[in-house]
Design a protein around this ligand. Structure first.
Ligand code: ADE
Length: 236
């Protein structure tokens, strides 16, 4: 998957997208990420990327020409352009899965009061919000979306994990995880996890997932529903 990020602050991405799993994915060539500084595509002497809003009001608005120039300089044939904004479609796991099937994603990160409306009209395929709160810009939101999408691209995690993602763990919260030591300050690892009985372990984990989701996020269960077997497991 190819990812291009249009931003006025490329340095913000240093670190989060170049560590751990995403670093490996880039080293393996499964994902390539390019940063494009919108300021490099300004045409005036002062390299001005923002300007006062028509009609007056507080703050500055990102200018249309540098964003469109930057966008047009990207080689593309089958790309999907995303703009991050609190007005967008709410991001979730299903949406991440949809995006993980795209070949080429282009992210436009707004800053200040926003971006000239004509950017959206001309090049944006989808506007995405990561939640009902306002960030100082789209950069952190883009990182959230890229992280969630990239881990679903085949080969980024082990194949087992991605297969699991599609099936039961879908829309359920995680079960609790443990590693050594067996006893820490009197807190014991559940006996079943030491049993070596994988059928029993899978059932225990699924039950914990169901319980976690039932007590913490009943809204998720209402959308997803429960199979007959899951209802029995939850209440037995
Ligand atoms: N830019 C500012 N706030 C945002 C949000 N909640 N989601 C996506 N982009 C944003």
């Amino acid at each position: 998957m190819k990812i291009d990020i249009l931003t006025l602050f490329p340095e913000m991405f240093n670190g989060p997208l170049n560590s751990s799993i995403l670093k490996k994915a880039q080293e393996k060539g499964i994902i390539t990420i390019n940063y494009i500084n919108i300021r490099d595509f300004t045409t005036d002497r002062h390299h001005q990327a923002d300007d006062k809003p028509y009609g007056g009001g507080a703050g500055m608005v990102m200018k249309v020409e540098p964003v469109i120039n930057a966008y047009e300089a990207i080689p593309k044939n089958n790309s999907f352009t995303i703009m991050l904004s609190p007005q967008g479609r709410k991001f979730n796991q299903k949406f991440a899965r949809e995006l993980s099937r795209k070949e080429h994603l282009i992210f436009i990160c707004g800053h200040y009061e926003g971006i000239d409306e004509r950017v959206r009209q001309l090049i944006v395929d989808e506007e995405i919000s990561i939640g009902d709160y306002v960030l100082t810009g789209g950069e952190i939101a883009a990182m959230v979306v890229i992280d969630a999408v990239a881990r679903l691209v085949p080969g980024v995690l082990g194949d087992e994990v991605s297969a699991e993602e599609e099936s039961f763990s879908d829309q359920l919260l995680e079960y609790p995880h443990y590693t050594r030591p067996r006893n820490f300050r009197g807190l014991e690892v559940p006996e079943v996890l030491l049993s070596g009985n994988h059928k029993k372990i899978d059932l225990w984990r699924k039950k914990q997932s169901l319980l976690n989701t039932f007590f913490r996020r009943r809204d998720l269960l209402k959308i997803r529903g429960l199979t007959k077997e899951e209802k029995i497991l939850l209440w037995q």
